[in-house]
Design a binder for this molecule. Structure first.
Ligand SMILES: [Zn+2]
Length: 259
């Protein structure tokens, strides 16, 4: 029984302890190309959340990992079956309610650990700022290793490509679909260009319709993925985020927090 993992621990253990920090992972339910599970982003929230909280707890952090929210914003994946959407405004309302549940018991240091690019989480921090006593922090974990990305991976990954597939091979190998010859049951994850250069070059942005962007819901070539790359990435995520949780747990919430 791990006292830092809410879905597993019990009231008897919790009432004996005090907690300083709560971590809420945000997942999604959406197709991940032809070879990864619909729950990939939710599994990532569990896997990364558990490893960073365990490492932080062992270093003295008073941290609690909440269950991963299994749904996210999927409006632009609507062309695919079982892309289970909750709108940005609904997601904001759900997070605000969960934050309030923590604040009313005195936990104000809250970390949102987001696995899904479609979740617009920063706007929720802005909306609650000044309204709630909560001190909210956001990590889109898939964006925190760009400086070393190409030391580990060959191909860029938008969705279900080399990076995510490597995590799946390392931690969920039984859920990665393969062909009879052992190769990944995936295509090349090619992305289509729009008819507008300004959009293709990032001068103007859109919400991309994934049915036209991709061939089979994957964006990024997964075929160079290995379990070893997935383990290296996980070590890096733990190194970068567990230390933060330790510092956050020990930090007093004073007038100038977090400065
Ligand atoms: Zn994903």
């Amino acid at each position: 029984m791990r006292p830092w993992l809410l879905k597993e621990t019990n009231y008897g253990a919790v009432k004996e302890r005090c907690y300083e920090v709560a971590v809420l992972p945000l997942g999604a339910t959406e197709p991940h190309a032809l070879h990864l599970p619909y729950g990939m982003d939710t599994f990532e929230g569990d896997l990364i959340g558990e490893r960073i909280c365990e490492a932080a707890w062992q270093r003295g952090a008073k941290v609690m990992l909440l269950p991963t929210l299994p749904y996210g914003t999927q409006t632009n994946q609507r062309g695919f079956p079982f892309a289970m959407n909750i709108n940005p405004s609904t997601l904001g309302a759900v997070i605000a309610d969960l934050v309030e549940s923590l604040v009313q018991q005195g936990i104000v240091k809250i970390v949102l650990l987001n696995s899904h690019g479609g979740n617009e989480v920063k706007s929720i921090l802005r909306e609650l700022f000044g309204k709630s006593p909560a001190k909210l922090f956001l990590s889109n974990w898939y964006q925190i290793f760009q400086d070393v990305y190409h030391e580990i991976f060959q191909e860029p990954d938008d969705h279900a490509g080399e990076m995510e597939t490597s995590l799946a091979l390392a931690f969920l190998p039984e859920l990665v679909a393969r062909k009879a010859d052992g190769a990944l049951a995936a295509d090349e994850g090619r992305k289509a260009k729009t008819r507008f250069e300004a959009v293709n070059r990032g001068w103007v942005s859109i919400t991309r319709p994934w049915r036209f962007l991709t061939t089979n819901a994957g964006a990024g070539n997964p075929h160079a993925a290995t379990a070893e790359k997935g383990r290296r990435l996980m070590d890096l995520l733990v190194e970068r985020l567990a230390g933060f949780l330790v510092e956050l747990s020990a930090a007093p919430v004073d007038e100038r927090f977090p400065y």
